[in-house]
Design a protein around this ligand. Structure first.
Ligand SMILES: [Zn+2]
Length: 286
């Protein structure tokens, strides 16, 4: 089995971590906090993780996006190119195991930092998308939300033949494009009021809506343990839940390739590929 082949590389610390993870899952009521590392095995690159060589350009901030038409043209041109990769991605073994553990009661709730919708695609409909989802678009003027697929059709009509094959795509659905292509891109306004459309995701420089944060704190408080899957916890929006759990004496386990900002707060730390670890943990939990 390939899972065992990968776990053969496990260090003593990894194996101890795995035992703790299994014990926490067996205790039931685990809250999962997932990040980009969970989706790399679905072909969505993790620009902050171990394979972080792609961090070539800082992501667009909320201030840039709302500040000018040119920034928005650049955003939508790249995002339009990258959307097929996001829309075509499928849940991997990690997403599927999380859903299986949820159905068996070992996992009580899932909070994700990912905007790719892959937990939902794996059947975890109640997953809280902390940073929103790329599958929805919101109008900054009238507040109307609509499906990204609908906008995609309109952008396709406005920009026939635009999509460059093989462009480098990032986890936020962004892609690298030459400037002349960006300059020629035509952006679609809100179909209802003509206002500015934004993907329904939390940009850098933007806050996660308060009610959503409160809901996540509530889930963490109600949980028996917090298990981080595939996040280096670089941004505070995720790290605060780890700190919150640790302060409350709730055990934290972290499965991530590479160091994380929550390592010193974790009772268990596993530095191995997620799919293999989760498959093995679920197998042991039974
Ligand atoms: Zn509108």
């Amino acid at each position: 089995m390939s899972a065992h082949a990968t776990l053969d590389d496990a260090t003593e610390a990894d194996l101890e971590g795995l035992e703790t993870l299994v014990r926490l899952l067996a205790g039931r009521g685990v809250v999962v906090l997932s990040g980009a590392g969970l989706s790399t095995e679905s072909g969505i690159p993790d620009y902050r993780g171990a394979t972080g060589s792609r961090r070539r350009r800082a992501p667009m901030t909320y201030q840039e996006f709302t500040g000018g038409e040119e920034a928005r043209r650049r955003y939508w041109a790249r995002s339009h190119t990258g959307w097929r990769t996001i829309a075509g991605a499928e849940p991997n073994a990690g997403h599927r195991v999380v859903e299986r553990l949820r159905r068996s009661g070992h996992v009580a709730a899932v909070i994700t930092q990912n905007v790719d919708g892959l937990h939902r695609a794996a059947g975890t409909r109640a997953a809280v998308e902390l940073h929103g989802g790329l599958h929805r678009v919101v109008c900054l003027e009238c507040g109307r939300t609509s499906a990204r697929e609908e906008l995609d059709g309109r952008l396709e009509e406005l920009n026939p033949g635009f999509r460059a094959a093989g462009a480098e795509v990032r986890p936020d659905g962004d892609a690298e494009l030459p400037q002349e292509l960006v300059d020629a891109f035509r952006v679609a306004p809100c179909g209802a009021c003509g206002g500015v459309l934004k993907p329904d995701v939390v940009f850098f420089g933007e806050s996660v809506p308060k009610p959503r944060v409160e809901r996540c704190f509530g889930l963490v408080d109600a949980g028996q343990a917090l298990v981080v899957l595939g996040s280096s916890l670089t941004v505070m929006s995720g790290l605060r839940f780890v700190r919150h759990a640790a302060r409350a004496g709730t055990p934290v386990a972290i499965v991530n390739q590479g160091r994380t900002r929550g390592d010193d707060l974790a009772a268990a730390r596993i530095d191995l590929p997620l799919g293999a670890v989760l498959t093995e943990a679920a197998h042991r939990v039974g």
